[in-house]
Ligand binder design. Structure first.
Ligand SMILES: NC(=O)c1ccc[n+]([C@@H]2O[C@H](COP(=O)([O-])OP(=O)(O)OC[C@H]3O[C@@H](n4cnc5c(N)ncnc54)[C@H](O)[C@@H]3O)[C@@H](O)[C@H]2O)c1
Length: 245
């Protein structure tokens, strides 16, 4: 499906971003692994190269527009085009509102929301020129439902969904599809820090009665990146075992 496509995946050194990158590469894409963790990104590149596919690790802080601009220039130098962008880089800095610091608010918004804005703006320029492209933003069901202790994170993900829908309208006439994936409770380092009792409580709310895997999210993202999703834009696909309906 993704043969000869060039994809940038942010926050791809581990977790969901890594699973997306490996699934794209397995499907034939060349993948740019953009992350603040260059060692982790390099390890993902080695894994992809061992599959005899092409990949490149880049040190990028998505919240910095200069670094994002450099990422796009380097990708175009190296691979000549960008077909797919996955905005996956994201962090949590949880606390109840009255205890939340300015820094915890700003960091989460800067990385999760402004980071995606920075990447969309730079990549859209080249996608508009070739009149095709797929942009997939990794949001969260928390952006749809809200969550105690996560006003910063929920606001960033709700904002990302608004960005997705607005950009889908803006870029549709240029042949560019913009969609979001909203994962639910996925087993990664982000969720392994949760207490056992909270994990039990979350599992009780999932009709499919299991936590999601990074591969569950990667499969939905691969679908949206492929030609099978050519007539889908401005949508949010929840990958949450039916947690919210
Ligand atoms: N794990 C879940 O249950 C879950 C649920 C819903 C949504 N999500 C979303 O999925 C995405 C990936 O989550 P994950 O669980 O794999 O997280 P993770 O913490 O395992 O991985 C996040 C990656 O992003 C990178 N990163 C952090 N700040 C960055 C920056 N400024 N610039 C570039 N890279 C940066 C990290 O180095 C890391 O490699 C996030 O956007 C997260 O909000 C995760």
């Amino acid at each position: 499906m993704l043969k000869d496509k060039v994809a940038i995946v942010t926050g791809a050194a581990q977790g969901i971003g890594k699973a997306i990158s490996i699934s794209f590469a397995r499907d034939g894409a060349t993948v740019v692994i953009a992350d603040v963790d260059l060692i982790g990104a390099g390890a993902v590149v080695s894994e992809i190269q061992s599959m005899r596919k092409k990949a490149l690790a880049l040190l990028v802080d998505v919240s910095c527009s200069r670094e994002v601009e450099a990422m796009v220039i380097r990708t175009l130098d190296e691979f000549k085009k960008i077909d797919i962008l996955v905005n996956n880089a994201g962090i949590t800095r949880d606390s109840f509102l009255i205890r939340m610091s300015d820094e915890n608010w700003t960091q989460v918004i800067d990385i999760n929301l402004k980071g995606a804005f920075n990447c969309c703006r730079e990549v859209a320029k080249t996608m508009i020129k070739k009149r095709s492209g797929k942009i997939i933003n990794i949001a969260s069901i928390v952006g749809l439902t809200g969550n105690k202790g996560q006003v910063n994170y929920a606001a960033s993900k709700a904002g990302l969904i608004g960005l997705t829908k607005s950009l889908a309208r803006e870029l549709a006439a240029r042949g560019i599809n913009v969609n979001a994936v909203a994962p639910g409770f996925i087993e990664t380092t982000m969720t392994e820090e949760l207490s056992e009792s909270l994990k039990e409580k979350m599992l009780g709310k999932i009709p499919l009665a299991r936590a999601g895997s990074v591969d569950d999210v990667a499969k939905a993202t691969l679908f949206l990146a492929s030609e099978y999703a050519d007539y889908i834009t401005g949508q949010v696909i929840n990958v949450d075992g039916g947690m919210i309906m």
